[in-house]
Design a protein around this ligand. Structure first.
Ligand code: UD1
Ligand code: CA
Length: 471
């Protein structure tokens, strides 16, 4: 059967008390709705319809890249009404899977089970066992284990309140019958809404088989209605992602203090200290050590490389056995060959650094190419920007850049050469020679230390020395 997925995302999310529509609230750095769309895409459906309404333009703009069809629900008259808006686009012979934009961690495995259980003629709902089931509809089964009803918490008898299997709200059904059940919905409830959950009663009336498939765990069906639930889902997600890394061989100093916002791959025996934030596509090779408070986004770190505390690394490629930080910033376009050392307060941007080269203290390397075994002394800077254009600096193999060298790009520092400390290098330097560019050192024989002046004396001097020229 062909599959159409309907994702409900039109609600305002009043309980969030936020200007941001609920389905755009971030979980692991991505909107809730994006997580749901990803789960839907994993099933390879024919179509994904997102029912939107509250904060419509904002929601569409935030997810403009997603391959989904947008269906407007102009007035939010309830979850059943929301599904109805999409039904006119879905042929009778499709299976329909309904997902909620605020149930972000649903697994593809449970959804596949749900769809299979619905088949061509059943209504399948996703249930979950909860110890604390307050507020949820209870799933009532007969002696044969067949679902016969969903009883809302407030309508349940004392025996029914003991039932721990509850309704997640997600469901699958063939489009033809689902359409009929939806047309039969009323708004005879305190909220005056068309409840999707009432299709269960409709299905039961027509003698349709109702299957309740149990979710693997409570987290995957957890709904996010307020900031407390958002933080609980975030914590659960963090735990899951941390467990994936640990199973792949990473040691985490504290699995509750790592942020994984994307697709992170780790080799064996990686060690990650507290407060690491890993964003986008991050690959950490075997034996990599990540110090406390490092932020790594969309980067590859080679085997055996060590990042000391407080490094910020974005779109960099780092080879094996490098030492980075503490307090290093590697910006996009940084490429490091093996055994490179980058020390504290060093910023690197759009720069390739050859094997065994070092820049250990207080340096800026931008738009530059460093050969092998280069040593960049403390406080040296590639002056890559003239205020309008960016220019490259080439530092050839084995060059030794004296402390505080300003390399005014475009410029080439010859292989095996030295620059003198404090030099401002504006033209190319020859290989294997020492080049320095700085004024002669002088000593003033008759100099005396300044003496302390009173305010009046100071004012007189300032007035005299800073007089504006007459025009
Ligand atoms: C819903 C279920 C409840 C279930 C719970 C599980 C109904 C009536 N209730 O309650 O049985 O236990 O989820 O999480 O379905 N939405 C629209 N249009 C609307 C109303 C809502 O698109 O007119 C969307 C919301 O944006 C949200 C989703 O539907 O993504 C669920 O709505 P919400 O109001 O959060 O329902 P719950 O009260 O959580
Ligand atoms: Ca909800």
């Amino acid at each position: 059967m062909q599959l159409s997925v309907v994702i409900l995302a039109a609600g305002q999310g009043k309980r969030m008390n936020s200007d941001l529509p609920k389905v755009l609230q971030p979980l692991a750095g991505e909107p809730l709705l994006k997580h749901v769309i990803s789960a839907a895409r994993a099933l390879n459906p024919n179509d994904i319809y997102v029912v939107y309404g509250h904060g419509g333009a904002q929601v569409q703009a935030a997810l403009a890249q997603e391959p989904v069809e947008w269906v407007l629900q102009a007035d939010q008259l309830g979850t059943g009404h929301a599904v109805m808006q999409a039904m006119c686009l879905i042929p009778d012979d499709h299976a329909v899977l309904v997902l909620y934009g605020d149930v972000p961690l649903i697994s593809a495995a449970s959804l596949a089970k749900l769809i299979a259980a619905a088949g061509e003629n059943a209504l399948a709902i996703l249930s979950v066992n909860l110890d604390e089931a307050r507020g949820y509809g209870r799933i009532v089964r007969n002696a044969d284990g067949q679902v016969v009803a969903i009883v809302e918490h407030k309508d349940a008898s004392p025996e029914q309140l003991e039932i721990r299997e509850v309704n997640s709200g997600l469901m699958a059904a063939p489009a033809g019958p689902l359409r009929e059940w939806l047309l039969g919905l009323g708004r005879d409830n305190t909220q005056r809404e068309y409840f999707l959950t009432d299709v269960v009663a409709g299905a039961a009336r027509t003698g349709t088989r109702i299957e309740a498939i149990r979710a693997a765990n409570a987290l995957e069906v957890a709904g996010v209605n307020d900031k407390i639930q958002l933080s609980a889902v975030e914590a659960g997600y963090r735990r899951l992602r941390a467990e994936e890394l640990m199973l792949a061989g990473a040691t985490l100093a504290d699995p509750t203090r790592i942020e994984i916002r994307g697709d992170v791959q780790v080799g064996r025996d990686v060690f990650i200290d507290i407060n690491a934030v890993l964003i986008g596509n991050v690959h950490l090779g075997a034996g990599v050590k990540v110090g406390p408070n490092c932020v790594i986004s969309n980067s590859q770190i080679g085997e055996g490389t060590e990042l000391f505390a407080n490094c910020v690394i974005d779109r960099a490629i780092i080879a094996q056995n490098c030492c980075i930080g503490p307090f290093a910033r590697l910006r996009p376009g940084t490429v490091m060959h093996r055994e490179v050392h980058i020390g504290n307060f060093v910023e690197v941007k759009n720069t390739e650094i050859g094997a065994g080269s070092k820049a250990n203290h207080l340096t800026y390397l931008g738009d530059s190419f460093l050969g092998k075994k280069v040593n960049v002394g403390a406080g040296s800077i590639t002056c890559n920007y003239d205020g309008v254009n960016k220019w490259p600096t080439f530092i050839e193999d084995g060059a030794f850049i004296g402390s505080g060298t300003m390399m005014v790009a475009p410029v080439r520092i010859g292989a095996g050469s030295n620059t003198g400390a404090g030099s401002t290098i504006v033209s190319n330097t020859p290989n294997d020679k020492l080049t320095f560019a700085r004024s002669q050192q002088t000593t003033k024989e008759h100099w005396k230390r300044p003496v302390k002046l009173n305010e009046e004396e100071k004012a007189a001097i300032v007035a005299k020395k800073t007089q504006k020229p007459k025009d």
